[in-house]
Design a protein around this ligand. Structure first.
Ligand code: GBH
Length: 491
């Protein structure tokens, strides 16, 4: 096992929410159906070399047409909740007027979920900005934040009679720094100033939408989902390593959670981002909007990170890139990319020999306990904000047998097992964690990696669109049904 106490059954608190997550662009397909127009990911996928294998989202898991079967699948897995996102370009094509035909898809999906007694958990933005709005400047343009709030209210108006949980954004770090500075994600820009402006306008968009929803729907559960890491110094006794870890924490974590939960950018972050225009984009009153009270913080956790203040030649060359930099160890990036973090100087990755997933990300379940405990203590607990793990999971090199079955017991199942034990450890330490969503329900379009990376608890055969529950999916379904992580079977 990966944690010291990795065997023995672990019971979760009564009412703990068990779910699985997806995102519109990664599963829906039907990108030209019923009035939908291009998102930045449709356009980006046409850029040669941007997405591995030249893959795009035009078919994906064909969920747009197969949502009924997919909901039945979730029901067979005893899921209590389903976290999905709505596509802005479907709901308001080109970012313009509402499109009733596009909205009707989410109507049908929500009805189907409710009939299956599955809680619909709606995310309003999971990276698929209408391309027409990118053409007008995208997230670095302040107008986009206000247009997002309008779009959010269009979805809210259509679904709020049946939906009570609203997440504004998924992972603003990715849709700002990784997308406008690193160039790895759509729209593939590589500018530090654009990344900083995008980050601030995304936070503003969150605040505007959260406040607008609460105003018309005080009972709604409103939140934001962030991707966070647990930065450790390579040598805790080396001040340069400690500083590097703190800097990584600043750029990756605090840039996003401090404005929302403390009403201010941290002083160190302000200083690092000042040369890239932070003070120019922050207007009077913005932080008040951004820090509008929320009810839930969604945490996406995949891995920790180990940082040093100096580079070190290591056997694994991919680790010598600066922290936040894109490792060129994948076929995905024929493009040249910049480190996505706008102020990356003086932070270097260090390997600590932990096992890695097929993404190259280290497996560090104990980091999740520390992350949730820290958030509860320093951010959410004092404000009465509930924590949910809105994504956690892993890609591995799956091998399917003739029936399509994947026995991922020793990797993906073990990953979930260890991380769920880590969540329970955080709960036992007092963190108010109320639910967990596996990423992902299905193998799907893994962004710049196309279909080459599989995160599903259910296998997608892209040639036939056949779904086959993996060993991890069967196991997770039992966890959801019993509310217990079972004793590990002797292997
Ligand atoms: C999530 O993003 C997305 O929400 C989801 O759509 C996606 O499919 C899923 O995860 C899997 O990728 O450089 O080693 O520290 C993931 C966000 C941010 C996680 C960057 C890994 C850096 C790894 N990622 N992070 S490392």
């Amino acid at each position: 096992g990966t944690t010291p106490n990795a065997t023995g059954q672990v019971a979760f608190p009564e009412g703990f929410l068990w779910g699985a997550a997806t995102a519109a662009f990664q599963i829906e397909g039907a990108t030209w159906t019923d009035g939908r127009t291009d998102s930045i990911w449709d356009a980006f996928a046409r850029v040669p070399g941007a997405v591995a294998g030249g893959d795009d989202g035009s078919v994906a898991c064909d969920h747009y047409h197969r949502y009924r079967d997919d909901v039945a699948l979730m029901r067979s897995l005893h899921l209590g909740a389903y976290r999905f996102s709505t596509s802005w370009a479907r709901v308001r094509p080109d970012g313009g007027a509402p499109n009733p035909t596009g909205l009707a898809f989410y109507d049908r999906l929500v009805d189907e979920l409710l009939a299956a007694e599955i809680l619909p958990w709606v995310t309003l933005y999971h990276w698929d900005l209408p391309q027409a709005l990118e053409d007008k400047g995208g997230w670095p343009n302040r107008d986009t934040a206000y247009l997002f709030a309008d779009y959010a209210m269009t979805v809210h108006e259509a679904l709020s009679d049946r939906v009570r949980v609203w997440t504004t954004l998924n992972e603003p770090w990715c849709s700002s720094f990784l997308s406008y500075t690193g160039g790895e994600h759509a729209p593939g820009r590589m500018s530090r100033t654009d990344g900083v402006a995008a980050a601030h306008h995304l936070l503003l968009a969150h605040g505007l939408a959260a406040a607008a929803i609460h105003e018309v729907d005080p009972e709604a559960v409103v939140g934001l989902t962030v991707n966070l890491t647990v930065p450790d110094p390579a040598d805790p006794d080396d001040p340069a390593d400690v500083a590097a870890a703190a800097k990584h924490d600043g750029m990756f974590n605090r840039t996003f959670i401090d404005p929302v939960l403390r009403g201010a950018y941290p002083a160190d972050v302000r200083e690092w981002l000042a040369p890239y225009g932070l003070d120019d984009v922050v207007k009077d009153g913005d932080l008040e909007i951004i820090s509008t009270p929320i009810d839930a913080l969604g945490v996406n956790y995949y891995n920790g990170s180990c940082l040093a203040g100096t580079p070190e030649p290591v056997a694994d060359e991919t680790l010598t890139v600066q922290a936040g930099g894109v490792r060129d160890d994948e076929d995905a990036h024929a493009r040249t990319t910049l480190p996505p973090t706008p102020a990356p100087e003086g932070i270097w990755w260090r390997s600590r020999g932990l096992p890695r997933t097929a993404m190259g990300w280290e497996v560090q379940p104990e980091g999740l306990t520390r992350l949730l405990t820290r958030l509860h203590r320093d951010y959410t607990g004092p404000r009465g904000v509930a924590l949910y793990v809105t994504e956690n999971g892993a890609a591995f090199d799956d091998v399917a047998d003739e029936s399509g079955f994947v026995d991922d017991t020793s990797d993906r199942l073990a990953y979930f097992d260890a991380h769920l034990r880590a969540v329970k450890d955080a709960i036992d330490a007092g963190a108010d964690v109320r639910g967990y969503f596996a990423w992902s329900l299905l193998d799907n379009f893994e962004w710049a990696h196309g279909y080459s990376k599989r995160f599903g608890i259910v296998r997608t055969d892209y040639a036939t669109q056949e779904r086959t529950v993996k060993a991890s999916g069967r196991w997770y379904g039992d966890v959801a049904r019993t509310n217990v992580v079972p004793d590990q079977e002797p292997s």
